[in-house]
Each structure stands twice: as structure tokens, then as C-alpha cells.
Design a protein around this ligand. Structure first.
Ligand SMILES: Cc1ncc(COP(=O)(O)O)c(C=O)c1O
Length: 442
């Protein structure tokens, strides 16, 4: 049955919106009603350029025919199949396609439904891996200040964003945090990876000395921290983390929920930075944000450690009703095909220097104190209004929306991450609007 969806609902009260100032929003709602290519359309009939790929997820842009058709076809062919003790072809095909796209050591894929679930899954795999190998003392987890690893209890425990943690009790025990790598005094206005800060990885040695390496299961970091304001890893930093982890038998997990699928111009940040972790978490760009799905990529060494004991025994007591859901798998396959056929990672890589120049042209505008970038990602940091942190950037967000550009703010940092299909004219349009807003921002 066809029916008309009202463009503006007449009751906004029931929906408790996530990570949103609900009261502010409901007084003056901002509604998208359709999207195509690089643009959203609002309920008041305006085009808004997508400067954030939705929430860092629509890497192929919007309304991509391969993806929408694959979803419709799959829904009518096989809508759901049980995920436990049963299979369906698309999940296996997608796992193989991901393996083929990922750097060499990643041979196995565990499906989830979100970035948060990928993080929980990776942490649990790390803990269980040590246990099945007889190193059950390795129970401690190490995250990093300012890290974002989703919103479930494991993720907020290893994460380091204060507001995401402080309301929610004592969290997981046995967690330590590395210092964050934001060094504005030394690194402001760096293009790409900053020079200063590799030494911050040495803190891992301090934590190892404190607890004993034999008690530590894993270190989890975003290779490039996105949600906390786009922080590039200082030169040599990831390499040091890798080295220290290897020396002490600690697993290294890269949370690539944002950096996966072309954001930096390579399939994964691990490849971009040339540093291989032991586990990679993904989500978002895996299905172009169209259907919820995540995946954890694991090396054979980790996977194979579980494959012992009687054959009829379940090897890992973990999984979700929707792990490898048929419609999500079809969306994932079509998304990876779209990335390949449209050369979107290559487009991101080839536009990166144009993007960098356009972004850094905002230097000198009022309140701008730092600009940083890599691939098709960028951040503009503003001085906070005294006594009202976050307000200035939020005002920029509102003004950009009115002028036809979607940006994202975290604290007083503006984060930009457009779909990878963006062209030079759209880069100009983006920074034209943002520049005009920043010029007069109070
Ligand atoms: C690095 C990272 N990890 C995990 C997540 C959580 O993903 P989700 O919102 O799909 O649970 C995000 C979301 O932005 C992220 O950026």
C-alpha cells in the first residue's frame, strides 16, 4: 500500500533524540526529507551540501542506485535468516569482499550492527583470545583520553570523552588511558601528520611497568581520532604503539569506524599509515550508512586460536540476532562495488591536496586557532566563548545549515568529512559557505 509520509510531523515530543539538544531542536526543527548525491533536501525545500557524509558514513554519497536496488531486491528474495547455526550466501560473499579489500593479515570478519558493537566485539575477542591460549591473566584494557569508541559500556570505559563517561557509573574495571595526542601549542595548523608527539606512546611502557605486561589484553585507539575533533597521529606515534604492544604480547586494536572505507584515501588507515594492528573495527561506510552494519576484521592468528576442541562446539560465545543480516550484507556488497566502480577512494586521494589548500585558506578568520586535515577529513578549531564552551561552534553549525551546508561540531571544533564523490566545485562551495559564516561569527 502506498501512503504519503507527512513532510513535517505535527508531534515531536515522543522521539527522545540521540546526542541532541532536544529542547532546542524541537523549538526550531531541522528536517531532511530526501537526499541525492552530495545534497540533502530540507522540509522547507532547500538543498544542503553534505559536508559530513551524514555522520561520517555516507562515503559514496546519497541515493546510490546499486545500493538502493540491492536492498530492495534482497528484501524480496530473503529478508532474514537466523544468524546462529545457519547461513546465507551474501554474508559469506561480503566477508570475502572485505577480506580482499583489507590489508593482508586480515583474513576473517565478524559482523555486528554498529560501530559501538564492533568495539565491544573486538574487546571481547581480545580478552577471549588470550584466555583460549592459556594467558587468562591478560584482562586489562587500555584506551586513550579523548578516544571515542561508541556508547556501550566497553566503549565508554576505554573511551576518553568526559561527558560520555561521567554520568554512567563506574564502567569497566581494569582500564587505563594513554594521554591524548592533541598538542596545539606545537602542532597547530599542521597539514597531515604532526611532527610532535610520538613520545606520548611511551606512556604505554609506564602502564606496562605499573601492571605487568602479562596482565594487559589490548590497547585500543582510533588511528586518527575523529569524533573528538579530528586529531591526526603524530609522526612515529602509531609505530611506537605497535612496537611496544608486540614486545609485551598485547593486542593492538584500531578503531576504524570513521577511517575505514576511503576516508584517508586508502581502504583503511592501517594501510594509509603503514601500521598493522591485530584487530580492526569498522561500521559506517561499510554499508554507506544506509543500513546498520559493522564488522570486526581479525588476523588468522587470532581467529585460528579459537578453532580447537570438538568440532560441534561453539568457538566464540558472542554474536547478534542481526550479525550478517541479509539486507545489510546486500547493501555492503553493493557499497563496496560502488566504491570500486566509481574509484571513490582514488577520488579522495587525488582531491586531498585541493581539499587541504581550501581548508587552510580559512586561517586568519575570527576565532580560528587551529586547522588540521588528512585525506578528505578536516577540522577547524575555534576559541570557545568564555563561560559557554561549544556555543560558538554550534552557532556556526546553525548558520551553515541556514546557508545550505551541513557541518558537524564537537566541542568548539568544526569537523568536515564529505562523501568521497565530492568534486572541486563542491569543495569550493563548502569552504565558500563556511568562510562566509566564520567571517562574521560572534
Ligand atoms: C571511532 C568510532 N568508534 C565507534 C563509533 C560508534 O559507532 P556507532 O555510532 O555506529 O555505534 C564511532 C561513531 O562515530 C566512531 O567514530
Amino acid at each position: 500500500m502506498a501512503y504519503d509520509t507527512p513532510k513535517v510531523p505535527n508531534d515531536l515530543s515522543a522521539f527522545w533524540m540521540p546526542f541532541t539538544s532536544n529542547r532546542q531542536f524541537k523549538k526550531n526543527p531541522r528536517m531532511f526529507v530526501s537526499a541525492d548525491g552530495m545534497y540533502y533536501q530540507t522540509s522547507d525545500g532547500r538543498d544542503v551540501l553534505d559536508g559530513t557524509a551524514g555522520l561520517w558514513c555516507c562515503n559514496a554519497g546519497h541515493n546510490r542506485p546499486l545500493i538502493t536496488e540491492a536492498i530492495a531486491k534482497q528484501a524480496s528474495e530473503l529478508d532474514y535468516a537466523p544468524a546462529f547455526q545457519m547461513g546465507h550466501p551474501k554474508a559469506f560473499e561480503l566477508a570475502s569482499a572485505l577480506r580482499d579489500m583489507a590489508p593482508d593479515p586480515f583474513e576473517h570478519v565478524f559482523f555486528t550492527n554498529s560501530g559501538s558493537e564492533s568495539v565491544e566485539t573486538a574487546l571481547k575477542i581480545a580478552l577471549a583470545y588470550h584466555r583460549v591460549r592459556g594467558e587468562g591473566t591478560r584482562t586489562r584494557l587500555i584506551g586513550r583520553e579523548r578516544g571515542y569508541h561508541g556508547v556501550n559500556f566497553g566503549g565508554i570505559s576505554v573511551g576518553g570523552i568526559v561527558n560520555n563517561r561521567k554520568f554512567f557509573g563506574s564502567l569497566l574495571t581494569g582500564v587505563d588511558h594513554l594521554p591524548h595526542t592533541h598538542l596545539p601549542d606545537q602542532n597547530a595548523y599542521t597539514r597531515g601528520q604532526p611532527e610532535h608527539g610520538a613520545y606520548l606512546a611511551d606512556d604505554l611502557e609506564r602502564i606496562v611497568a605499573l601492571h605487568g605486561g602479562e596482565n594487559i589484553a589490548a590497547v585500543i585507539v582510533e588511528p586518527m581520532a575523529g569524533s573528538t575533533g579530528v586529531l591526526m597521529p603524530p609522526k612515529g606515534y602509531l609505530e611506537k604503539l605497535r612496537k611496544i604492544c608486540t614486545e609485551h604480547g598485547i593486542l593492538l586494536i584500531f578503531d576504524e569506524v570513521i577511517t575505514g572505507f576511503g576516508r584517508l584515501g586508502s581502504s583503511f588507515a592501517a594501510e594509509h599509515y603503514g601500521v598493522m594492528p591485530d584487530l580492526i573495527t569498522t561500521a559506517k561506510g561499510l554499508t554507506n550508512g544506509v543500513i546498520p552494519m559493522g564488522a570486526v576484521l581479525a588476523t588468522s592468528e587470532i581467529h585460528d586460536a579459537f578453532m580447537s576442541g570438538p568440532e560441534e562446539a561453539i568457538e566464540l560465545f558472542h554474536g547478534y540476532t542481526y550479525s550478517g543480516n541479509p539486507i545489510a550484507s546486500a547493501a555492503g556488497l553493493a557499497t563496496l562495488q560502488t566504491y570500486r566502480e566509481d574509484g571513490l577512494f582514488e577520488n579522495a586521494a587525488s582531491l586531498a591536496s585541493y581539499w587541504e589548500d581550501a581548508l587552510h585558506s580559512l586561517k586568519g578568520l575570527p576565532h580560528v586557532i587551529d586547522i588540521r586535515n588528512s585525506g578528505l577529513i578536516g577540522a577547524v578549531e575555534l576559541t570557545p566563548i568564555e563561560g559557554a564552551p561549544t556555543k560558538r561552534a554550534f552557532e556556526a553549525f546553525l548558520q551553515c545549515y541556514d546557508k545550505g551546508l551541513l557541518i558537524r561540531t564537537t566541542g568548539d571544533i568544526i569537523a568536515l568529512s564529505p562523501p568521497l564523490m565530492i568534486n572541486k566545485a563542491q569543495v569550493d562551495e563548502m569552504f565558500g559557505i563556511l568562510g562566509s559564516v566564520l567571517k562574521y561569527l560572534k
